[in-house]
Ligand binder design. Structure first.
Ligand SMILES: Cc1cc2nc3c(=O)[nH]c(=O)nc-3n(C[C@H](O)[C@H](O)[C@H](O)COP(=O)(O)OP(=O)(O)OC[C@H]3O[C@@H](n4cnc5c(N)ncnc54)[C@H](O)[C@@H]3O)c2cc1C
Length: 413
């Protein structure tokens, strides 16, 4: 008799797990509460489907997850990026590499990834039930028995929780799995939105959609620099978004919640104060008659110039040649330290990833099985694991899903 397995959640990890377990001989039911599989997966890489990263070194890949990353060694040793790319190629999806090692389907359409996984499920005779929501787990004597759903109870030998985190709830990831984990005696570490835009105290609406490239952004608690990133950011009507901001939101997830922090943008990180000073002096000899507003156009995008002039406390109509030493000093200081106050992050519904979740010490890393409840497995974002942007989070979902699928298909001992 083959193992009867229920996988809860038809996202990246759940689909990989269900297909793999069925391929290994299990009798699998996949329960998904939405009317489609892979809704969140379809949004990844801005709809282009950033399934993994090309980083060939497992150790360096794992560094992107921070301290908890070492939990992933077993999963990655069994099924890593090379295997994932081959898996999709075998299902007819060719891939290509983009910026920062990001791997996308050739078509740059994330739905091709979802379709390939759906094909894999059908090929392996997984029984899929859409619009079927699991409400509770059934267990007895520390052994899993089945699930209570909105359409009746189902019984199984083993159950995999692949319900994802709590971000982008419209895709179905509403954090249900945290309750299932707690109800079965697992510790769930506090969850935080990460890879999420930041809200600022200052009104930034006049700069909405302004993208700044090649800038340095640092975050400070009083005189202590907490973190710094180099790259690009985008102003929004509530604050800041963009690659460096998402990354900072992850590194400072706790600090941002406990205090108002100062964010400084260095608009010219390639130039020292002195170099900037020399350049301004040199150019003011040539364009001395220009007012400061038009003079700054060769340094900055138009949308940010009024703010820089205002922060430097200079009359915008003043001719450059009439600037006094103190005014030039203030201008340079604004260029190098354009300050804002972080009042928080956008809500978890806007976060790309949920940080925190099921405590890893309760999970067997070689199988993804719970050490507390027999026959229960956890995979994907519900685990207390999260990484930078770049395809790392999806690789973790696919690898843990694969490992649990292989392990759960084996008979109970
Ligand atoms: C906008 C966006 C862009 C992203 N871009 C990237 C990227 O480019 N690269 C990358 O690596 N990662 C990216 N991520 C993160 C990545 O999508 C997730 O880490 C990954 O999808 C997690 O997979 P999962 O299977 O654990 O959970 P999910 O994909 O969230 O799937 C969970 C599934 O479980 C279902 N479910 C939940 N509760 C129940 C229940 N009670 N009963 C039945 N079904 C239930 C949900 O409906 C959902 O379908 C992005 C995330 C977002 C939101």
């Amino acid at each position: 008799m083959s193992i009867k397995l229920i996988v809860i959640g038809g996202g990246a990890s759940g689909m990989m797990c269900a297909g793999t377990a069925a391929n290994a001989g299990a009798n699998v039911i996949l329960l998904e509460k939405k009317d489609k599989l892979g809704l969140k997966l379809s949004l990844t890489g801005k709809g282009r489907g950033n399934i993994t990263n090309s980083q060939p070194n497992i150790k360096l890949f794992i560094e992107q997850f921070g301290r908890n990353g070492k939990f992933l060694y077993s999963a990655f040793n069994q099924f890593f990026n090379k295997e994932l790319i081959k898996f999709f190629e075998d299902l007819g999806v060719q891939t290509k590499e983009g910026h920062g090692g990001r791997i996308f389907p050739q078509s740059e359409n994330a739905w091709d990834i979802v379709d390939a996984l759906r094909k894999y499920l059908h090929q392996n005779n997984v029984h899929i039930e859409l619009q079927r929501k699991v409400k509770e787990l059934l267990h007895f004597n520390n052994e899993i028995r089945g699930v209570i759903t909105d359409k009746g109870n189902l019984f199984a030998d083993k159950i995999v929780i692949a319900t994802g985190g709590a971000s982008y709830p419209k895709t179905g990831s509403t954090g249900d799995g945290y309750k299932f984990a707690k109800d079965t005696g697992h510790r769930v570490n506090p969850i935080y939105p990460v890879l999420v835009p930041l809200e600022l105290k200052q009104d930034t609406s006049s700069m909405n959609k302004l993208k700044l490239k090649n800038i340095a952004v640092s975050v400070w608690k009083k005189d202590k620099k907490l973190a710094e990133r180099f790259g690009e950011c985008i102003f929004t009507d509530f604050g800041l978004d963009g690659a460096v901001i998402l990354s900072l939101s992850r590194e400072l997830k706790q600090e941002i919640r406990s205090d108002y922090l100062t964010l400084k943008i260095d608009l010219k990180p390639g130039l020292s104060d002195n170099q900037l000073h020399q350049r301004i002096i040199k150019e003011s000899n040539i364009k001395g008659k220009s007012c400061i507003g038009s003079f700054l156009k060769s340094y900055l995008p138009q949308q940010i110039i009024p703010l820089v002039i205002n922060r430097s406390n200079i009359d915008s109509k003043k001719q450059v040649s009439h600037l006094i030493k103190e005014e030039r000093k203030r201008l340079i200081n604004t260029f190098k330290n354009l300050e804002f106050t972080i009042i928080g992050t956008r809500p978890i519904s806007s976060a790309l990833v949920t940080s925190g979740g099921v405590e890893l010490s309760q999970i067997e890393p070689k199988t993804m099985a719970s050490k507390i409840m027999k026959g229960l497995y956890f995979v994907g974002e519900i685990l207390d694991l999260d990484a930078e942007t770049g395809g790392y989070n999806l690789q973790a979902a696919f690898s843990t899903g694969y490992l649990a699928g292989k392990s759960a298909a084996k008979k109970r001992t």
